[in-house]
Each structure stands twice: as C-alpha cells, then as structure tokens.
Design a protein. Structure first.
Length: 148
C-alpha cells in the first residue's frame, strides 16, 4: 500500500521534532554545570521575601512568640459584671401574650423581653434593670427587675 503525500509530511515533521528535541537535550547536557550537589539546588528566602542562593544572615533573625499571633477575631479581655447590668424603661408589655420591649436609657435601643425573663411583675413606663443576652433574632433582656 502506497503512502500518501500527507502521511509522508507528518512522518517528516515527527522525525524533525525528534531530532530537534534530541539536539536541545544534548545542548542542555553540555551547558549544565558539573555541580549537581544538594547545596547548589537549595533556594533561600531573604527578609524581603526574595529568592536567593545564599542562606539568610542569622543575626537578622526575628523571634516571634506563637501566642502573640492572632488569626481572626482578637481575644477579649475579662468582662466587668457591672457593665452587663443596664437600666431602661418598659415601653411596651403585653401580659396576655407574655412579651414586651425595654428602651435602654444609655443606648436608646429597644430590647425584647419575654415573661420568662422577668423576676417581678412589670408594666409600661416602669424603670427596670436588666442584662442583655443575644438570642437567635437579636438582643433579649434577661434578669429583669424593677428599680426601687
């Protein structure tokens, strides 16, 4: 079976590519340095983050304490229990439904209060002390007591 012109051309290209590849391989082999030791293959990072062939100067080494590294939210200090107790005025309370709202006297924000969080009976316009606890839907008042 006779080869077509197309097949001959493809075969010639393959042979030329093979030859070229072999020549490049031989050139790399001839030009490579004789020093193939492990030390010559190392790459070092200097203090600026650049790659270099020389190891870094040990005098410039900075020691970092692992405990000082903060990832994410910073650690909070201890909370003063007096800061948790707030004062406010009951703006709305429904005894039948068992919930209401207290307006914080400092921040002027409205805080939800449930009847289970109340230690004494409260009515609208009563001055109360309470603590704020975050619930699934926002801030909730707990430990609600009447101010005397």
């Amino acid at each position: 079976m006779a080869e077509t012109w197309n097949k001959k051309e493809r075969e010639k290209k393959k042979q030329a590519n093979k030859k070229e590849k072999a020549e490049k391989k031989q050139e790399r082999k001839d030009n490579s340095k004789g020093d193939n030791s492990l030390e010559s293959m190392f790459a070092y990072l200097d203090e600026n983050g650049n790659l270099s062939s020389k190891p870094p100067d040990p005098k410039k080494k900075i020691i970092i304490n692992v405990e000082d590294i903060e990832i994410g939210v910073p650690k909070q200090g201890p909370i003063n229990p007096d800061d948790l107790i707030r004062k406010g005025i009951v703006t709305f309370f429904n005894d039948a439904k068992g919930y209401g709202f207290i307006k914080d006297s400092e921040t002027q924000e409205s805080v939800f209060v449930h009847i289970n969080s109340i230690t004494e009976a409260i009515k609208e316009n009563n001055k109360v002390t309470f603590e704020v606890e975050m619930g699934p839907k926002g801030a909730n008042a707990v430990n609600v007591k009447l101010l005397k």
